[in-house]
Design a protein around this ligand. Sequence first.
Ligand SMILES: [Fe+2]
Length: 457
Amino acid sequence: MTRLSDTRGLPLTGLNATQIERYETLLIELYSYRPGVQARLEDLLQEAPGFVLGHVLRGYATMTDGLRSGLPEARRYLHQAQQLGGTATERERLHIRVLQAWVKGRDADRLMALEDILARWPLDLLAYRQLTGMLFWSGDKRRQLGAAMQALPHWQAAVPGHALVLGPLAFALEEDGHYGLAEGFARQALEHNSTDLWALHALAHVLEMQGRVREGDAAISAVASQLNDFNLFRGHLWWHLALFRLAQGRLEEVLDLLDREIFPAASLFYLDLQNAASLLARLEIQGVDVGERWVRVADAAEKTLGQHLVVFTGPHQVMALARTGRSQPLAQALQGFRDDALAGLEQAHTGSAVARAMALYYQGDYPSFLQDMRLLRYEAASLGASHAQQDLYFQLMVDAALRTGELALAKSLLKERLVKRFTEPSGWQRYADMAHLIEQTNDPQVLRGLLRSGLHL
Ligand SMILES: [Fe+2]
């Protein structure tokens, strides 16, 4: 069979030259977080039903929605790709294996297949973004950086799509604490495309971790008027902007962002639910009256009981259900997580334990919450997400310690929380200054304020 290749020299089964151009555009749009990509991919598949990788990509997209209800659809795309397996290249067959593993919940197989693709075809942009994206939810930050770095020698600046590897690289560097390098690569990607959302997101994380809240605010505000031209990932950028505003004490604006952009309605998208619950938690820790806003989040949590495949979402569901006193769905959610753990699903054991701890906090049993969460606080990182998202655990622990009058514990946790923020030699003095400040402070409200302020002095 004669096959044409993409602009990086990788053969594609089932597409003519014009269709390859359309696929290339789709791929760039996909990783630029543009809306409507799935519909355009469907159109392409209608015209080119033998496009093996297209069926796989539709399956990837369905799985990326993160809902169990999407599994039948993902299996259908997998089946269609498998039917074409005889015509596929070895690389395409590995992609089919990735999708198969994903649908079956076999993360190790999925990981190995993606690594196998990149080891032999390092310019496979789809595999690169899939692997680095998958590792975000694995909690293995060093492996994420390894994955992002290993293909770099092949990605010269002239390679088409080069800028789209810089965002994952910057983000992986940031999560491993290499803030200077991360900022450099993020800015390089943004010079190429000022609305490269993943690169902007990596930059936001650098600025968040270094407490550079005004710069972070400015970086996202600069593209705010364009953010709603992007797909649902935009909500997470709005969330980052809200964190920067929270750090500046602009609380009314945070509530406004929550209502207008972050969670205007009961979204079923897992990231929206995470963003809303963790922002409401942070606001309440600062003493803000958030009104009935938890109801919206609890509605979304209840509608998606047993549905979320991204395990990190579960504890956020539980927060909303417990906070609104919905005891029956809460019990159902917790039982579901225990069942997943008993069934041996990936991450489910830790997910279930963290979810139970969240329920204890929002039921007001702060001593039991502290007992459980203190033991879990490092293991909980295995549920993935960024340091900024995982900070929720420390926020709640410090708050619980202050509520129970355990001032020394609250201070200890606050200092421990600094470790991730000052990983570079240039940050050491700031760490020392902050640690000293924490030690000198005995007012619980001031200590709570340190959770909000992004740790800048
Ligand atoms: Fe983020």
